[in-house]
Design a protein around this ligand. Structure first.
Ligand SMILES: *[C@@H]1O[C@H](CO)[C@@H](O)[C@H](O)[C@H]1NC(C)=O
Ligand SMILES: *[C@@H]1O[C@H](CO)[C@@H](O)[C@H](O)[C@H]1NC(C)=O
Ligand SMILES: *[C@@H]1O[C@H](CO)[C@@H](O)[C@H](O)[C@H]1NC(C)=O
Ligand SMILES: *[C@@H]1O[C@H](CO)[C@@H](O)[C@H](O)[C@H]1NC(C)=O
Ligand SMILES: *[C@@H]1O[C@H](CO)[C@@H](O)[C@H](O)[C@H]1NC(C)=O
Length: 470
């Protein structure tokens, strides 16, 4: 009996240690949920999905109240972002304090577990750095830190995610370094997050890196099928991920922060909008990635490590920006109708299963807006309406190499007409285009889906503090 009791005490003691170390125990698998889409999953539905699939973390871009409400008392580790535009437009520190109170402090009291607070997003992004730059990142990190400390939230760390383009293009990881034009600011940033205990967050998009480097496509995957390898001294790289990761480790080492914790803020594979962006490759990518994480093998420069990752992404975003190409709208593991697109075992046991379906989604009626294909229409006007329909919706599936690229001209016009009509929740007036008619016959082909929009899933509060993205 004594023995049982003492082992019970040991157990409780261990549990206490486990709990008191909070949620920063080992590595974890989490997902990003961007909501730049015409219709969005209801937050409680997303929480159910995460719990059913045993996904322990979520990064949201808009710190919307309704999303935070749904996350209370769930034990899901949450990352929210304070938008750069809000910070830049801020007139007085009180606005930031109010933000921290309303969207962080209050929710901690309601049982939301925050993992990190992101201050801005990819401030050194090459395409933005010159024209729309977020200056003074450390200043804003420090203000946020100060505000958190003011509410006694010292354990909640601040950081900012970066894209891989903060690194120079190299032939092998040992050449890794930060871009010259941002180096000073990067060092200042590193110094600050090192002092305050935040991780370095890097967003890795293998499909982008393959293209940028002209690598063999197989090198993006983790299944050793690539004939192409990178040899660097005694180290061999079999895939893009370990190559990038160690390039970053070398860059950090060169500026004196070789031990800094690294978290993968976004990683995934899109299913449309680009060559190689398809369901088969996404399944293959995640299968290899999840097995790789489960093996805890780390990388040649940081062997035998857990690496925490935020998969990109929970759902498609048909209003996402297209800076890197149409595939940006097709990161979803789930389609907007709540169906998983492919097999993925979030528990990392490599089971051959599809994740659970998002429950409670209702589709609009089976109606499509299509082009009648008659040849007596004024072709100039048809082209005009085709362009207009795309411009006012999302034709990223019609691009070169995308799933609907091989449709006939008539079908492509139908596709555009339909997506405009669906995006507007089947508003009949949005189908008033040259040669357009409503049809109850599904015009989808085996490759190309003509979607039906879902019923408005939530009353969208915009989420954004300033009316811009996320
Ligand atoms: C951060 O803010 C504090 C005052 O709250 C100031 O003393 C400190 O110098 C600042 N640090 C940086 C790196 O800006
Ligand atoms: C980073 O932080 C640790 C402890 O927090 C400190 O020992 C180390 O010197 C710091 N590194 C640099 C390069 O400042
Ligand atoms: C890939 O090949 C390397 C070297 O041949 C080996 O060490 C590694 O375990 C292999 N990985 C997988 C996932 O098979
Ligand atoms: C490669 O490994 C050999 C044998 O372990 C060692 O002597 C050598 O220093 C290593 N080279 C590098 C560049 O690390
Ligand atoms: C087609 O429409 C355009 C633009 O309205 C017009 O300029 C053109 O004359 C029309 N073509 C025919 C054959 O009617």
């Amino acid at each position: 009996m004594y023995k049982i009791i003492s082992s019970l005490w040991i157990y409780l003691f261990m549990l206490l240690i486990f709990l008191s170390s909070g949620i920063h125990v080992g590595a974890y698998l989490a997902v990003n949920w961007g909501r730049m889409s015409t219709q969005k999953f209801v937050p409680s539905m997303v929480v159910d999905l995460l719990l059913q699939n045993r996904i322990s973390g979520l990064r949201i871009f808009q710190p919307s109240f309704n999303v935070l409400d749904a996350l209370a008392d769930t034990n899901i580790g949450v990352i929210i972002t304070i938008q750069a535009r809000f910070l830049q437009a801020m007139k007085e520190k009180k606005q930031l304090d109010d933000f921290i109170y309303d969207r962080v402090k209050q929710y901690i009291d309601k049982g939301v577990k925050f993992r990190y607070l992101y201050v801005g997003n990819e401030p050194f992004l090459k395409s933005l750095y010159k024209r729309d730059r977020f200056n003074n990142i450390v200043h804003f990190l420090n203000m946020t830190r100060d505000s958190l400390d003011g509410f006694n939230l010292r354990d909640l760390k601040v950081t900012t995610p970066h894209f891989t383009d903060v690194l120079i293009k190299v032939n092998k990881p040992s050449e890794g370094d930060f871009r010259e034009d941002i180096k000073d600011e990067m060092i200042e940033f590193l110094d600050y997050i090192n002092k305050t205990g935040g991780p370095f967050v890097i967003n890795v998009f293998p499909i982008y890196t393959i293209y940028r480097y002209g690598f063999d496509a197989d090198f993006a995957f983790f299944d050793n099928k690539s004939k192409f390898k990178i040899i660097d001294g005694n180290n061999t790289y079999n895939n893009v991920f370990t190559f990038i990761y160690d390039t970053l480790v070398c860059a950090l080492t060169k500026v004196g922060y070789g031990d800094m914790e690294i978290i993968i803020g976004q990683i995934g594979w899109p299913t449309d909008g680009y060559i190689g962006a398809n369901v088969e490759n996404a399944e293959r990518f995640y299968r290899g990635l999840l097995k790789y994480i489960a093996r805890k093998e780390g990388t040649p420069l940081r062997p035998n490590r857990d690496i925490s990752m935020y998969l990109q992404s929970l759902t498609d975003e048909n209003k996402n920006e297209l800076e890197y190409g149409p595939y940006q709208r097709h990161w979803g593991i789930y389609k907007l109708d709540g169906q998983p697109k492919y097999k993925i075992d979030f528990t990392m046991q490599d089971r051959d299963i599809k994740p659970s379906v998002a429950k409670g989604i209702v589709l609009l009626p089976s109606r499509w807006c299509v082009f009648d294909g008659k040849t007596d229409h004024n072709e100039t006007l048809v082209l005009q309406d085709y362009g207009y329909a795309c411009y006012t919706s999302d034709c990223s599936s019609l691009g070169a190499g995308a799933t609907c690229d091989r449709l006939s001209f008539t079908q492509k016009v139908s596709y555009a007409y339909n997506i405009r009509y669906q995006t507007a929740n089947q508003n009949i007036h949005k189908c008033e285009l040259i040669g357009a008619e409503i049809s109850t016959i599904n015009p989808s082909t085996p490759e190309c889906e003509f979607i039906i929009e879902i019923l408005t899933a939530e009353v969208v509060d915009g989420g954004s503090l300033i009316n811009k993205r996320y």
